[in-house]
Design a protein around this ligand. Structure first.
Ligand code: 5AD
Ligand code: SF4
Length: 492
């Protein structure tokens, strides 16, 4: 770039920007690099950043993309919320996720009073709700940058806008205006932007974005938009690059991976994508999440059963065991169909680990409905389960339902369910004691330097004696002792 960046040439910067993505974002990364370098020169030190992720694996992967850009433009990672740049990547699946962010913002505001040069940014699912942005504008005016789920690929461009706004406001001696850019949706998928992975040997890989299911309690389709699948060639290319960069395990990510491929030409479905990924040399393990029971095909079960690389683990959200409630939830399966699926999975893959999500207290849920859920839990015997108390999300059909369940009743059922799940999970974990199984070694043990820590195919953690040379390899380990949620082992 010939012209150096001054606070007065914002229009010039915009004029020069290429239209095409991802080139446009690389151009803005160059600009941001210069803006950061100017600040570093003034301060006589590096600028630091802190990113905190709320919510699911999708958000975790998005945060890796945001970090990739921050590192590229010259920020250095720092584990402190008093960094020069602080970003919260938010979740809104339940009301308490929103409350947590508002609470934390209060603290950030007090840090910023002491360090006005701090740049505070918010992104993610919660930002897709109009009432949230209104509240930020009213109560949290110190926030500098707000963007949503559809335009995270624009982060470099938005960061430049926020940095320039800060400079200009500084000159005017005014508070910088909040830069807000929220899109209603997008069909665009921008490839090949930088990514800063959290783990060296494993990585999430988005295979699709958005959700078309409209479960009646769920806000995700409204904040993440309609389902769109990535081109299989792009997915394969990304995994090949990851493998060349030491990754041995990938987690394929989508709200409903079983419906992967809809709308793509040439036609492809999820089992076929898995077959192609299986052929990638050097890749050792494949995981995926989340599977919707209504779309889990016999073909997928067959591919899993034959595969040497797909982990023997299925996360299969039940949500409720009552067919009546499942109908009100718009889940498109009933109790019997769910149990049949589990039977088929176990027949084809006898040692498969099955985990789930369950909601307690959906509107209209009676004790009988709850007992149906408990019955499924006892029949399936989940390896583990995430349990949630129903949370009313405005804009979803369930929020309009009249027969909301009293809190005391929900709490009682929730506690019963949790106890049952924990007791079964402990029994199941104990059943593996004495077995000899492959473990992907992920890191040195954090407490004991003579141990390494890794994961079984079913995702359980194992600690066993070993050294750093084992990290990133798969070794056979005898599970000598089950400690509830983890195992102690020894090399077999
Ligand atoms: N209330 C409680 N739990 C919910 N989930 C999604 N929406 C809600 C809600 N409104 C749970 C579901 C989903 C998991 C990610 O979060 O169980 O599978
Ligand atoms: Fe993930 Fe849903 Fe939370 Fe968004 S709202 S972060 S998609 S769980």
């Amino acid at each position: 770039m010939e012209k150096s960046i001054t606070k007065t040439n914002r229009a010039w910067i915009e004029e020069q920007a290429p239209e095409m993505e991802p080139q446009r974002q690389f151009y803005y990364m160059d600009i941001a690099k210069q803006l950061i370098a100017e600040r570093e020169a003034k301060l006589g030190r590096k600028l630091t950043y802190y990113v905190e992720t709320f919510g699911c694996q999708m958000n975790a992967r998005d945060s890796e993309k945001l970090r990739g850009i921050l590192e590229t433009v010259g920020y250095v990672s720092n584990d402190s919320e008093t960094s020069d740049f602080v970003l919260y990547n938010t979740c809104t699946v339940r009301e308490n996720a929103n409350n947590k962010v508002y609470g934390r913002l209060g603290t950030l505001g007090s840090y910023k009073k002491k360090q006005p040069q701090m740049l505070i940014a918010l992104c993610g699912c919660m930002m897709q709700e109009a009432h949230v942005v209104e509240r930020l504008k009213k109560d949290f005016r110190f926030v500098n940058l707000v963007f949503g789920t559809h335009n995270i690929f624009k982060f470099a461009e938005l960061l430049v806008a926020a940095l320039l706004e800060m400079d200009e406001a500084g000159k005017r001696e005014k508070r910088p205006k909040m830069v807000v850019d929220i899109w209603d949706g997008t069909s665009e998928i921008v490839e090949d932007l930088p990514i800063q992975r959290k783990y060296r040997f494993k990585s999430g890989v988005n295979i699709m974005f958005g959700c078309n299911n409209f479960c009646s309690y769920c806000i995700v389709p409204y904040v993440r938009g309609r389902e769109r699948s990535r081109d299989p060639e792009d997915i394969i290319r990304e995994i090949q690059r990851l493998v060349a960069d030491d990754v041995v395990e990938v987690m394929l990510l989508g709200q409903n991976v079983n419906s992967y491929g809809k709308g793509l030409t040439p036609e492809i479905n999820f089992p076929e994508l898995l077959r192609r990924i299986e052929n990638i040399e050097g890749l050792e393990r494949i995981r995926f999440m989340t599977s919707h029971p209504k779309d889990l095909s016999d073909e997928l079960i067959a591919v899993m059963a034959q595969s040497k690389k797909i982990c023997k683990h299925m996360h299969l959200p039940l949500q409720s065991g009552s067919s009546r409630i499942l109908k009100a939830m718009n889940r498109h399966y009933d109790k019997e169909q769910y149990l049949l699926l589990v039977e088929k999975l176990r027949a084809a893959i006898p040692d498969i680990a099955i985990t789930t999500d369950i909601i307690v207290g959906f509107p209209g849920e009676t004790k009988e409905d709850f007992l149906e859920t408990l019955d499924v839990v006892k029949k399936v015997r989940y390896d583990s389960a995430f349990t949630f108390i129903y949370s009313k999300r405005s804009g979803t059909p369930a929020a309009e339902m009249e027969n909301q369940v009293p809190e005391a009743e929900v709490k009682e059922n929730f506690d019963i369910l949790l106890k049952e799940i924990q007791s079964i999970a402990t029994q199941k974990a104990n059943e593996l004691e004495g077995a000899c199984l492959p473990v992907l070694v992920e890191q040195m043990n954090e407490q004991d330097a003579s141990l390494v820590t890794g994961r079984l195919s079913n995702n359980a953690t194992v600690h066993f004696p070993g050294d750093a040379s084992l990290i990133g390899t798969i070794v056979d380990v005898k599970l000598t002792e089950c400690k509830g949620f983890y195992y102690i082992g020894s090399r077999a």
